[in-house]
Design a protein around this ligand. Structure first.
Ligand SMILES: Cc1ncc(COP(=O)(O)O)c(C=O)c1O
Length: 374
């Protein structure tokens, strides 16, 4: 059997990883400012993370959600505390798409409605509702097509008001910082408007924090910058530092009923151990502060460089928008300077490093991109 060929691949095999570095099978060392797509939050193979998973594996790796799993309760308590949403409720699943799928479904159970507001350039995942709420027709199969999703321009308060007047809205789903869309930050005013319209019409505000959440922006959820609460936060990526886990954090007004949501693998012992290790390291090493400090430093220095159209983002979620003629920069960063970065169309370099990246590592990148920008 061969692999189903769904991605263009870099011709690199990674065999070892530590902190913000990875090594290929030829011993070549790379600086990782991509984190396997915003997944590596506390650095590769962090010793506390490795030990917690290893210890757990020797006890019990998996048993189903038909029994009590105290690790889930411990995780809910810690996540509630660190995210500042102690009165919220946790549902655990396995990926970002699954988190969004469950959030959209739960919203519909809550208010009995069908219409979802999503935004231009949004990415919410590849399962049926998540992909229907994703603004990319190329990945929406005919079976996923629905007229239940209304796409509006991002950060457009007037369009939002009109849509609420015209339709019975179940939920609004929004990334605090659009990732795949090219690092576009939702304005505080826009998030506040979503909050007030959801209150007025009893719709559910879903904050997709799969990429921009978990401390990356310099706050636990990037939506927190607006000073309003969402009804459901969805998360995955950084939550397990590479161990597949996702979750939704649900406001107290949304009450559960048995069997309305469910999962076989979600919240298993090993996944909880991984997620707890991540939160313990985030807390102990003050990584949310570090994301802000090093992120602000990177943004400030990048803004001084020539030939960049725009630098966008918050904390360690940074987009460097380059003119078309500089479309080789990302490739050169990898091939010449041995630095992994992410990308977004048409020509945006995305920085999504581990939250414990140091200023020295940031300087290595700044030096490299300086030589590329001329
Ligand atoms: C904002 C956002 N939501 C959802 C997803 C889907 O997550 P997953 O690939 O874990 O299903 C992604 C993945 O890139 C994402 O960036």
């Amino acid at each position: 059997m061969k692999l189903f060929d769904v991605y263009p691949l870099n011709d690199i095999v990674i065999e070892k990883a530590m902190g913000s570095y990875v090594w290929d099978d030829k011993g070549e060392k790379y600086l990782d400012l991509y984190g396997g797509h915003a997944v590596i939050s506390i650095g590769h193979t962090h010793p506390h993370y490795v030990k917690r998973i290893e210890d757990q594996l020797h006890k019990v790796g998996f048993y189903s959600n038909s029994i009590k799993i105290p690790l889930q309760v411990e995780l809910a308590e810690k996540l509630g505390k660190i995210s500042g949403k102690e009165d919220y409720q946790l549902f655990l699943c396995n990926s970002g798409a699954e988190a969004n799928e469950n959030a959209l479904k739960l919203a519909s159970f809550y208010n009995g409605r069908k219409k979802i507001i999503a935004f231009k350039k949004a990415f919410h995942g590849r399962t049926s509702l998540a992909v229907a709420a994703t603004d990319n027709p190329n990945i929406v199969a005919p079976v996923n097509e629905t007229d239940n999703v209304i796409f509006l321009p991002f950060n457009d308060e007037a369009a939002l008001e009109v849509a609420f007047k015209q339709h019975e809205i179940s939920s609004v789903i929004i990334e605090g910082i659009q990732g795949v869309g090219g690092i576009i930050v939702a304005s505080d005013a826009f998030l506040k408007k979503i909050r007030s319209l959801c209150n007025e019409y009893n719709a559910v505000f879903i904050a997709d924090s799969v990429q921009c959440g978990y401390g990356r922006s310099g706050k636990f959820y990037s939506h927190d910058f607006a000073g309003v609460n969402a009804d459901i936060y969805t998360m995955a990526k950084g939550m397990g530092n590479g161990f597949p886990i996702g979750a939704i954090s649900i406001a107290p007004k949304i009450q559960p009923k048995h069997f309305m949501l469910g999962t076989t693998f979600g919240g298993n012992h090993l996944a909880c151990a991984a997620a707890l290790a991540v939160l313990e390291v985030i807390e102990k090493e003050e990584l949310i502060n570090n994301a802000k400090t090093v992120g602000d430093y990177l943004m400030g220095e990048l803004k001084k460089l020539p030939n960049i159209k725009e630098v966008r983002g918050k904390g360690l979620m940074i987009g460097i928008d380059l003119p078309d003629e500089l479309n080789m920069v990302k490739k050169n960063l990898l091939c010449k300077h041995k630095i992994f970065t992410g990308e977004a169309k048409p020509n945006v370099i995305r920085l999504l490093p581990a939250l414990n990246i140091t200023k020295t590592e940031a300087d290595i990148f700044l030096q490299a991109i300086k030589t590329e920008l001329g």
